[in-house]
Design a protein around this ligand. Structure first.
Ligand SMILES: *Cc1c(COP(=O)(O)O)cnc(C)c1O
Length: 425
């Protein structure tokens, strides 16, 4: 599509947008008396208007039924988590039995590493991206220490080349090759939180398997954002949070994926709890853990229903909208944003914005990260004053994520006008 940097064009795109009605299903925060331009759905997705009802229903059922709500609530609490895998299977591209919703993200990353990072003296390394999200870095650091290794020796970070921002897939594959004999786990983000780079999960998985290592992915910035085919790509495990693109509320429940080939393998060690125990005999309350032979077998605790109700409200919207449609609109939004940024740069005497997100549709999601060569702080301040919520990362990166469920092309156009005005001053 040939884009134009004019209001009428942006409005036309909004008019023709088959998903335009979904915006009305969300609360848009008000700043200075009007709806803000919310570009931080990659950090905390907005609240669906239906969430209150979903959560209130559970509070009512709790009031009405007490403990009996486990069986008699409108959505009984005992099997509550079972309503998610079918919906999530379309979002992450996996079989329902490979998925379970439980706990929170970093907790799940640790639990998955307990099962899938089992270093030996020969094979103990973890290969990951440089500048992984800090919680993931701490998880890896503490895991390697827990097994008696140190970070410098055991964690191999793949970096971008000098002068580049995205990490080349060929460099990732070469690093896996190079450390092949000593690598236990290859652990990457799906989409890097800082650069917005969408990694080639399939190629990384193939390379990991070729050297006899496990391939795991943290999909916090990928789930609900980009096209995922975890099962077909043969990834071993993954985890994600539900409060970014998945709009399920602050600190919301996390999801995990474990490849079918592992789910019934009882030789894989795990930290167990009663909710992972075979359902028929769970309430016999007897000794001897027998895991459910699906991803559910990794559950520990009974489900946090209030948080799960919020998750359900959001996933029902994803079902209505359709992941394919969302991905298509997300691409168009971020392409339009890239076009607008290029226009701004072209109109300046010298380029002041360096886009550090890859431009290839296969290597990015909704997010565009702008390295501000000058006036970064002034631009960010002006955005705030004009009611645009974006995200600032030291030293000078502004992350902007227009998301397909509630952002408009007009949002992107208006954002461009504000940035342009400051940079041209
Ligand atoms: C957002 C995010 C987290 C946050 O972890 P929580 O356990 O949910 O607080 C962790 N890792 C990545 C890659 C993230 O993007």
């Amino acid at each position: 599509m040939k884009f134009e940097n004019i209001l009428a064009f942006a409005k036309q795109l909004d008019e023709n947008d088959p998903l335009k009605h979904f915006r009305d299903q969300f609360y848009i925060p008000i700043i200075n008396g009007k709806e803000c331009i919310y570009f931080t759905g990659n950090s905390l997705g907005l609240q669906p208007k239906t969430t209150q009802d979903y959560v209130l229903n559970e509070l009512e059922d709790w009031a009405n039924f007490g403990v009996e709500g486990h069986f008699h609530a409108r959505k009984p609490w005992m099997p509550y988590h079972e309503i998610f895998p079918t919906q999530l299977s379309k979002i992450i591209g996996a079989l329902p039995e490979e998925i379970v919703v439980m706990n929170q993200l970093t907790v799940n990353l640790h639990l998955l590493m307990v099962s899938f990072y089992r270093p030996t003296k020969q094979r103990y390394k973890i290969i990951c991206e440089t500048k992984a999200f800090p919680s993931d870095q701490y998880a890896m650091e503490s895991q390697v220490k827990y097994h008696g290794f140190n970070y410098e020796e055991a964690v191999i970070e793949v970096s971008a080349r000098a002068g580049e921002y995205a990490i080349r897939t060929e460099d990732i594959l070469a690093t896996i090759q190079e450390h092949g004999d000593s690598t236990a786990l290859v652990l990457f983000g799906g989409v890097n939180y800082y650069t917005g780079q969408f990694f080639d999960i399939q190629k990384i998985t193939e390379a990991a398997h070729a050297v006899g290592a496990i391939a795991g992915f943290d999909l916090a910035h990928a789930a609900g954002n980009v096209e995922l085919q975890l099962h077909n790509w043969n990834a071993d495990f993954a985890c994600w949070c539900s409060y970014k693109y998945l709009n399920s509320g602050p600190g919301g429940v996390s999801g995990i994926y474990i490849n079918q080939k592992h789910i019934a393998d009882t030789s894989i060690p795990r930290f167990a709890g009663w909710w992972g125990h075979t359902k028929d005999t769970r309430f016999k309350m007897e000794k001897g853990f027998e895991p459910i032979p699906t991803a559910e077998g990794w559950q520990l605790s009974n489900a946090p229903i209030l948080s799960m109700a919020a998750h359900k409200a959001s996933l029902d919207i994803f079902d209505d909208a359709g992941m394919d449609n969302l991905i298509e609109k997300g691409k168009l939004l971020s392409d339009y944003l890239l076009f607008i940024i290029d226009e701004i740069n072209n109109d300046l005497k010298e380029k002041l914005i360096q886009v550090i997100t890859p431009r290839d549709a296969k290597e990015k999601g909704c997010q565009v990260s702008m390295l501000m060569l000058e006036k970064g702080a002034a631009v960010f301040e002006a955005l705030k004053q004009h009611g645009v919520l974006a995200d600032w990362r030291e030293p000078n990166v502004i992350r902007v994520a227009p998301v397909p469920l509630y952002n408009t092309f007009n949002d992107v156009f208006t954002f461009g006008q504000i940035v342009k005005a400051i940079l041209e001053r």
